[in-house]
Write a protein that binds this ligand. Structure first.
Ligand SMILES: Cc1cc2nc3c(=O)[nH]c(=O)nc-3n(C[C@H](O)[C@H](O)[C@H](O)COP(=O)(O)O)c2cc1C
Length: 402
């Protein structure tokens, strides 16, 4: 039903993409045909605007809203202004990943980020999820524990944040991060259970699934990476041991809500908050193979070029080997524009592209990519301000579509 679309006057996206073939994996015959079609038909055949079947979800295009922390969930409770924000970015058959959402009262490290461990939080997510569903969107909740990337002021009773280690984040701003407390081995199942309950809560709130935040130097990454994890128990040391915590969370969630509702985000090559690894290729490959055993729906990997927050660097690394190893849907993210998104899809490098800053500033990004329209510029000064409108829901749509 197109009547609920934010673009009532636009030709139906579904009708347009129906005429196109899905791009094939690299090496398959149709690949050059797809390329030719794109050249001949112009924007109509943009690979980003072709459908993709992800488990039981029929995505109508491949432009995914990346998880974006916006710090407008006052007191860790999602707010009504998020209904409009997510609705603006929802399309029929489009995948949206919600901002990082805390799994417990020890999971937080930033002001006004949402949670999903209390009844009030779950109830507050419901109208936001309903809003996305009313537009036909598919909505996953990114569940999160910051670990040591926190400060005692965010922690219950002002206690130290927990981590895989007791080494603090090495920051020039010494006051920013409180030295963490290393989790005892027998406490780890309790944290895994927090993720399990958060996933259950996400489904109760109406989300279509969850994305485990295993990226960017937060708690799971603090276990995965050998430059942080200095444990001597079964959760530290070997690659297998360092991946155990992440995979036990995956297992718990697969058991709780089903593999067809579980995705995970990883950034093996990144080094945020000191979470670097001496062999990121091996880490990525180990996780890809292990995730296959659980049959998880998707793996969402941050590009090696994103070694620093927001930056784009030349790198000899590629996610190609992860692509070849992982059997589910592969989402990639990190400084993609329209052209290299299209290239990544048509070459079979990835199934879906997650867009962060461009989607933040262009609520109708799939539509703009469809017709190759110009893009609004993002304003990083307003990414994290608490204002419920400015820099949040006030980025303009294409004037012809309003
Ligand atoms: C304002 C902002 C908030 C972000 N919040 C999250 C987050 O909550 N979870 C996450 O995994 N990544 C987060 N990221 C990273 C983005 O999801 C994305 O990977 C990154 O911006 C690179 O993609 P881009 O070049 O398309 O923006 C954030 C990025 C920005 C700019």
């Amino acid at each position: 039903n197109e009547s609920s679309s934010p673009r009532p006057k636009a030709p139906s996206l579904a009708a347009r993409i129906k005429r196109q073939e899905a791009p094939r994996r690299m090496g398959e015959e149709e690949e050059t045909e797809t390329g030719k079609k794109m050249n001949n038909d112009g924007a109509n055949a943009a690979p980003l605007l072709t459908p993709h079947k992800m488990g039981r979800f029929h995505l109508s295009h491949r432009v995914v809203l990346a998880p974006l922390t916006r710090q407008r969930s006052y007191g860790n409770v999602p707010q009504p202004h998020a209904i409009l924000y997510y609705q603006q970015r929802a399309t029929r058959g489009g995948l949206l990943i919600a901002e990082a959402t805390g799994v417990s009262d020890t999971a937080q490290g930033y002001r006004d980020t949402p949670g999903i461990w209390t009844k009030e939080q779950v109830e507050s997510w419901k109208p936001i999820v309903d809003g996305v569903h009313a537009k036909g969107g598919i909505f996953f909740c990114q569940i999160w524990h910051v670990g040591r990337v926190s400060n005692s002021t965010f922690q219950p009773n002002g206690q130290a944040p927990v981590s895989s280690t007791d080494k603090p984040v090495n920051s020039v701003r010494v006051d920013k991060f409180t030295p963490p407390r290393r989790l005892e081995t027998d406490e780890i199942p309790l944290v895994i259970n927090d993720f399990r309950v958060a996933a259950r809560n996400a489904i109760e709130a109406g989300f279509d699934g969850v994305e485990i935040h295993g990226a960017h130097g937060y708690l799971i990454d603090q276990f995965l990476k050998d430059q942080v994890n200095d444990r001597t128990d079964k959760y530290g040391g070997s690659l297998e041991n360092r991946c155990r915590f992440a995979l036990e969370i995956v297992e718990a969630l697969v058991d709780e809500i089903g593999a067809d509702k579980v995705g995970i985000r990883l950034s093996p090559f990144a080094n945020y908050s000191g979470a670097a690894d001496s062999n990121p290729e091996a880490l990525g490959m180990y996780m890809a193979h292990a995730l296959n055993k659980f049959g998880v729906l998707y793996c969402h990997v941050v590009e090696p070029r994103m070694v620093k927050h927001g930056g784009k660097f030349e790198t000899p690394y590629s996610l190609g080997p992860v692509r070849d190893a992982f059997k589910g849907t592969l989402i990639v993210a990190g400084n993609y524009n329209r052209d290299d998104g299209n290239n990544a899809i048509s070459s079979g490098y990835a199934d879906l592209i997650a867009y962060g800053r461009l989607f933040l500033s262009n609520p109708d990004l799939p539509r703009r990519f469809e017709i190759d329209a110009s893009l609004n510029k993002y304003n990083s000064d307003t990414f994290y301000i608490p204002d419920p409108i400015i820099g949040y829901t006030d980025y303009p749509f294409l004037s012809s579509d309003v």
